[in-house]
Design a binder for this molecule. Structure first.
Ligand SMILES: CC(C)(COP(=O)(O)OP(=O)(O)OC[C@H]1O[C@@H](n2cnc3c(N)ncnc32)[C@H](O)[C@@H]1OP(=O)(O)O)[C@@H](O)C(=O)NCCC(=O)NCCS
Length: 185
């Protein structure tokens, strides 16, 4: 099983596993925010207990290796800015992210995504790193492009987004790929 590093450090950010005691910061930063969760495929947290369950799930995911959700923390302040999660399923890996709206527009999304994407595509067993976003989510589109992914296709009815009241909605697929070695004839 491929396990990514628990810690990444970039110019301005530290990435580390989300812990159960992050729940309050997560709730206040983005999980309860109508704006931040608008395009997400999970229901906005209306109670703190939903965020506590999310944080507990993050710990279990790290233990089981089913997903790797990092807290994105500003080095300068120690504040929790966002979350980015990688799911590894060789030969591919996919990821998603959400940041507090107070952190938007400062390049943090791109900085965190680039760190995770660069690690993932460098792994010998991973040939494709991909993500989806709602086609109207232009900030996310830009993050994916700046992290090195390219648009591939838009999939109709790929997933529901509770905040948009869709039982199924379109997703644009972005990916970065590298060539797989061919076995000798
Ligand atoms: C998507 C998200 C992570 C971006 O984070 P961020 O830290 O603001 O991203 P960056 O600052 O690195 O880059 C944002 C880019 O989007 C652009 N952008 C932002 N809003 C935009 C809009 N409405 N239309 C077009 N471009 C927009 C910015 O100009 C910037 O691009 P540029 O560098 O070419 O100018 C953040 O907006 C977020 O958390 N959104 C809510 C959750 C979400 O949608 N997650 C993704 C689900 S697929």
């Amino acid at each position: 099983m491929i396990r990514p590093p628990e810690h990444f450090e970039t110019n301005r950010l530290r990435l580390r596993p989300i812990q159960e005691n992050d729940a309050l910061a997560v709730f206040e930063a983005w999980a309860a925010s109508p704006l931040a969760t608008h395009y997400m495929n999970f229901r906005r947290h209306e109670s703190f207990s939903a965020t506590e369950a999310f944080a507990a799930r993050c710990v279990v995911c790290w233990q089981a290796g089913t997903a790797f959700p990092w807290a994105v923390v500003a080095k300068s302040t120690g504040n929790l800015l966002g979350c980015i999660e990688l799911r590894v399923s060789p030969p591919k890996a996919d990821f998603g992210y959400i940041f507090s709206e107070t952190a938007w527009g400062q390049g943090f999304g791109t900085e965190a995504a680039s760190a995770v994407v660069n690690w993932a595509i460098a792994q010998p067993q991973i040939f494709r790193v991909w993500a989806t976003c709602h086609p109207d989510n232009m900030a996310s589109v830009r993050v994916l492009e700046k992290a090195g992914l390219s648009y591939e296709a838009t999939l109709a009815n790929w997933e529901a987004r509770p905040q948009i009241d869709e039982s199924a909605g379109p997703s644009a697929v972005y990916a970065i790929t590298k060539s797989a070695k061919r076995s000798a004839p």
